[in-house]
Design a protein around this ligand. Structure first.
Ligand SMILES: Nc1ncnc2c1ncn2[C@@H]1O[C@H](COP(=O)(O)OP(=O)(O)OP(=O)(O)O)[C@@H](O)[C@H]1O
Length: 332
């Protein structure tokens, strides 16, 4: 059995856009990117504008050929066996492309089904199913022409099309772009459900909170190069990101309490401020949350009096992302 549903091995891609009549500039969009996505998982491809994410999605989707390197989807070579790959993928690229403006969403999907070899009856049945699955409202789906759709409705219809053939692998370039908050949440839930059901998803996006909620692993690329990769928690740890422990203590006994904390945990830094008999402390800790909780509980057992309140803030994927590409200006 194939362990990785998607394998991208040392892929390079250069664009040579025409500038003026003769001269050509060269854009190295991917400079040797490798990533592997395990079957039944969600892997997020992150990076600033122009990093090369769309280029990579298009290559995995067989829409662009790499200059060098190899890509396998479901074990099939995306260049030599492109038609096999196309049978097992669903793709969302530009949510505003790929539909006929004068047809309704339903008609567009039925037409797509017929192109994919479905009978008229099956094409209509499947179109209804995916419209329901993505939560596209019926009035819009069956009555309104596509050209009148809002960006959010277009995004849902794109997703419906990607899911139409019930593909093993979903390749989604910013699938929640333009969706309102509840719709984006519905889509996220649907992706998580799809992965649970065994589908493999490679998704790009700029909303780190959304990505953190759904993805198991991430690849961060910048200027065509992988700058960080792996499980989200491992990534935070490897970047040396720390938890922040907030403590509110009574003045009396606070010194001893803090000494205890600092000797039990790997503390990177402590910030203390005092006001009206209370001490507010921020402790930057390298230990995981469990260890911090265990330490607080133990010290509390010895002397509960100084502690008024505490909370722990864990670093977010956004912190990790900013640590890797923070401050970098978008290209082009
Ligand atoms: N058809 C093309 N011709 C020339 N250059 C291109 C073409 N498509 C993309 N590029 C360039 O390749 C680089 C990577 O672009 P790509 O669209 O893959 O980035 P991206 O990470 O998807 O960005 P965004 O987050 O803005 O969608 C950019 O410098 C872009 O300008």
């Amino acid at each position: 059995m194939v362990k990785y549903a998607i394998e991208v091995l040392d892929v390079r891609k250069t664009y040579r856009p025409r500038v003026g009549l003769r001269s050509r500039s060269v854009v190295e969009a991917l400079k040797g990117v490798t990533l592997r996505v395990r079957k039944g998982t969600i892997h997020a491809l992150l990076g600033p504008n122009g990093a090369g994410k769309t280029t990579l999605i298009k290559i995995v989707a067989t829409l662009l050929a790499p200059d060098s390197g190899a890509v396998y989807v479901g074990g099939y070579d995306a260049v030599k066996e492109a038609s096999r790959v196309r049978e097992i993928i669903g793709v969302v690229l530009d949510v505003s492309k790929g539909f006929y403006g004068s047809l309704t969403g339903f008609q567009n999907l039925v037409f797509y089904g017929l192109l994919k070899g479905f009978s008229m009856e099956d094409a209509r049945k499947r179109a209804r199913e995916v419209i329901e699955l993505v939560g596209l409202d019926e009035q819009s789906a069956f009555k309104k022409p596509y050209f009148s759709y809002s960006l959010g409705m277009r995004a849902k219809l794109s997703l419906a099309k990607a899911l139409y053939t019930d593909p093993e692998v979903l390749l989604l370039d910013e699938p929640t772009l333009g969706l309102d908050v509840p719709s984006a949440m519905e889509v996220r839930n649907m992706l998580v459900e799809s992965a649970r059901a065994g589908k493999t998803i490679l998704v790009t996006g700029h909303n780190m909170r959304e990505i953190e909620e759904i993805a198991e692993e991430v690849t961060i690329i910048n200027r065509g190069v992988v700058v960080a990769q792996g499980g989200i928690q491992d990534l935070k740890r490897s970047l040396g990101l720390v938890n922040i422990l907030y403590l509110k203590l009574r003045e009396e006994g606070s010194g001893k309490y803090l000494t205890h904390i600092e000797s039990s945990l790997q503390v990177a830094r402590t910030e203390v401020s005092r006001s009206s008999g209370e001490v507010a402390v921020r402790v930057y800790v390298r230990d995981p949350r469990d260890k911090i909780m265990e330490t607080i509980t133990r010290i509390l057992g010895e002397d509960p009096r100084p502690l008024i309140d505490f909370s722990i803030a864990e670093p977010s994927l956004e912190d990790a992302y900013l640590a890797v590409v923070g401050g970098d200006r978008p290209r082009s």
